[in-house]
Design a protein around this ligand. Sequence first.
Ligand SMILES: O=C[C@H](O)COP(=O)(O)O
Length: 271
Amino acid sequence: MTTSANGNFVRKPFIAGNWKMNMDHVQGITLLQKLAWTLSDAKHDYSRVEVAVFPPFTDLRGVQTLVQGDELDVVYGGQDLSQFDSGAYTGDISGQFLNKLGCSYVLVGHSERRTIHNESDEVLNAKVKAAFRHDLTPVLCVGEGLEIRQAGTHVQHTLTQLRAGVEGLTAEQAAELVVAYEPVWAIGTGEVAGPEDAQEMCAAIRAELAVLFDDAVAAKTRLLYGGSVKANNAAAIMAESDVDGLLVGGASLDPAEFANIVRFESHLVTD
Ligand SMILES: O=C[C@H](O)COP(=O)(O)O
């Protein structure tokens, strides 16, 4: 998170809650209402820090209705999309449908998609392109498993995923893209990568984007960290210069905890 001389952020911080396969459509509405009330009570400035949720597909229509009806500033997206636009792909969801539901974003290549569903870099690159075709901003997830971290090849591994994911994008698309670094060994385990680990990888990703595109793109692309983020570690991670946001799993299911993560700036002042 880098600020300019006037205290504004150079890249708008992005705090995202990935609900994964939790919260049915009734529970999801209650969770989002509580989050919105908590942030409203705290006078959260959405123009300063963007807040997104990624509910299950079955929740999205209810989320859309709530966001529109209550004029909430929370944005939302799908947890995955098909690389195809329509057709005989049973069980898949088109980016067109997500767009129609008012989604702004879509997760692509979350480690649980890569490992449980064996999604390849080629498929994920096609999904990134499908997202752009339907005016959705992809949040491309990259990151290494424990064995790779222990072997010390985590930067190389993660940059290989990045290169494959962004292949064929225009500079304009690459600047809009969000990249989330999520070390698999830190997801849902309570093991959080240190702020310096998050910074090391985000700096490497930004440098690689400058090589693949140019410095202007690298300066604009927002980079997130994800993996066991909680309110008590969010501020320290966000203080790193190349970390522009957080992708939060478990802690996003607790509206008070997630609201405190969104309000990381207040912890920066008091910690
Ligand atoms: O998408 C979110 C990440 O997988 C992190 O999940 P977590 O915060 O439960 O570790």
